[in-house]
Design a protein around this ligand. Structure first.
Ligand SMILES: O=C(O)c1ccccc1N[C@@H]1O[C@H](COP(=O)(O)O)[C@@H](O)[C@H]1O
Length: 223
């Protein structure tokens, strides 16, 4: 299966274009003021309008209220909402009912117990996103460039569909693709030269690493 590739935290037309040219199937905009990747809904809407229909557009929010979601949705018209906070199963249901958009619920993973939290959202969230728990002192629930122990994922039931994020980069994406059952991968700080600054060369190198991993997988399959 070819996994989805999401490049998150985009803020410029150049970075959006390069992500799509190189094969991103999802792009994410961050609406969280404490993040160096925060973008105003109107600016994200302009970027989204340039590429709408060519890629799935994800609005990333953290415990946003309905007023904020309304504003983001009005400007950006996202294909999917990524809920990266402590949204309860009831809140996920409520957001889906009010806004009629698919929801990707993010979970912070450090231990096997953290994976049990997914159960309460089964059948409610349209997709799961598994990210590492934020390091102590970080104000960001995501975008910290840290990974969790992917070996924990072997405890997940076979049918659980998830996108993998947290600390992905050119050096570990091959292992993420071959060593997990993730149906998608999601990267933000691993293609940045400074917090919030996407680096086109690093994006190229990341996509090259994916291509290399896929070609190695294809060779293995034929042998
Ligand atoms: O990137 C952020 O600043 C951010 C802020 C608030 C919520 C989520 C955020 N990013 C998400 O974090 C992961 C991966 O980040 P990284 O590759 O480890 O830097 C990704 O899902 C982003 O959507």
């Amino acid at each position: 299966m070819v996994p989805d590739i999401k490049i998150c935290g985009l803020k410029t037309p150049e970075a959006v274009d390069r992500a799509i040219e190189r094969g991103a199937t999802y792009i994410g905009f961050i609406f969280f003021e404490k993040s160096p990747r925060h973008i105003e809904p109107m600016d994200a809407g302009a970027l989204a309008d340039r590429v709408r229909g060519r890629v799935k557009i994800v609005a990333v929010t953290v415990d946003a209220d309905n007023e904020m979601l309304e504003e983001i949705i009005a400007f950006v018209k996202p294909d999917i909402l990524q809920l990266h906070g402590h949204e309860s199963p009831e809140r996920v249901l409520n957001i889906k009912a009010v806004f009629g958009l698919p929801v990707m619920k993010a979970f912070s993973i450090r231990t096997a117990d953290d994976l049990r939290k997914l159960e309460a959202y089964d059948g409610l969230a349209d997709r799961f996103l598994l990210d590492a728990k934020a390091p102590a002192g970080s104000e960001l629930p995501g975008g910290n460039g840290v990974s969790f122990d992917w070996k924990l994922l072997t405890a997940l039931d076979d049918g659980v569909d998830y996108m993998l994020s947290g600390g992905l980069n050119k050096d570990n994406v091959g292992q993420a693709l071959s060593g997990t059952t993730a149906s998608g991968i999601d990267i933000s700080s691993g293609v940045e030269s400074a917090p919030g600054v996407k680096d086109l060369q690093m994006m190229d190198t990341f996509f090259d690493a994916i291509a290399q991993a896929r070609s190695a997988e294809e060779t293995d399959r034929k042998e």
